[in-house]
Design a protein around this ligand. Structure first.
Ligand SMILES: [Zn+2]
Length: 272
């Protein structure tokens, strides 16, 4: 294939050391999905593209894009930093997980279509301080289709009704209505609010979202529901997701300790 310079939009997903002075940088590109770029001399002092390839940077680049093997950046036209993500541990953790998930969901060399805008909208919402868990939950729901699991969120998988209370069933691959709860004794027992959010998330265009407010109890159930689906139905266990779960458990321990000074240890159940 001819090696021609192509303009593209991209966001830096992660970087990896390569030889003494060089870097491998994974970039999510609009035109060819996630691609690995070889950046020669990237660790040299005064490298001209240094700020264009920092983590959580996005913008317009020109490069040689290879569907297989390594791609190259020729120049950066205009790039921006998502500084609100870089500076905050919690946002950083969720954005890192989101990009790892996207990396798993898309093949190298294929155009992303509308997904690129959706991922950028998610990163911008996280960057500006919207609840990162909820933003990521939206993409988790939508990316299930990319992973070959396409749960039916908006109606009962047995009878098609959408006007009755619904609950999620892994076994049936989607929602069951009140009349068909008996089809799966292991249905999730979700609250109506959680069901409503899952239905909403399945088709939500994040570019049109401004505010994000989900109450804590519903957020917990949404998080647990999606973790379970990703674990059970997909078997996907990403390092960045494990980090988030550990971070949540430190935070909870810290909050408990603050609320009940001195009683934290006694309150732990035996064997934990
Ligand atoms: Zn039904």
């Amino acid at each position: 294939m001819a090696r021609v310079n192509e303009p593209f939009e991209g966001v830096i997903m992660y970087r990896r050391d390569y030889r003494e002075r060089d870097l491998l940088v994974k970039i999510l590109t609009d035109r060819r999905g996630p691609l690995m770029f070889f950046i020669r001399g990237a660790k040299r002092k005064g490298f001209k593209l240094a700020s264009d390839i920092l983590p959580f940077t996005y913008g317009s680049y020109v490069g040689i894009l290879a569907d297989e093997g390594l791609s190259y950046i020729v120049s950066a036209q205009e790039t921006h930093h998502l500084t609100g993500i870089g500076a905050d541990l919690n946002r950083n953790a969720y954005a890192t997980y989101l990009l790892e998930l996207v990396d798993q969901a898309f093949e190298e060399g294929r155009a992303l279509g509308g997904w690129y805008k959706q991922v950028m909208a998610a990163l911008n919402l996280i960057n500006t301080g919207r609840d990162p868990q909820v933003v990521v939950n939206v993409l988790e729901v939508q990316l299930l289709n990319r992973f070959g699991i396409a749960p039916v969120w908006d109606r009962c998988v047995v009878c098609g009704r959408s006007d009755l209370p619904l609950d999620y069933s892994e076994k049936m691959g989607g929602m069951l209505c009140l009349h068909h709860f008996a089809e799966d004794p292991y249905r999730f027992h979700l609250t109506p609010k959680t069901v409503a959010y899952l239905r909403l998330f399945a088709t939500l265009n994040l570019a049109k979202v401004d505010q994000v407010h989900v109450d804590e109890a519903t957020k917990r159930q949404l998080g647990r529901t999606l973790d379970k689906i990703y674990d059970d139905q997909l078997g996907l266990r990403l390092k960045s997701k494990r980090f988030i779960n550990e971070m949540d458990s430190w935070t909870n321990r810290l909050l408990t300790a603050r609320k009940n000074p001195g009683t934290d240890d006694e309150k732990k159940p035996a064997g934990s």
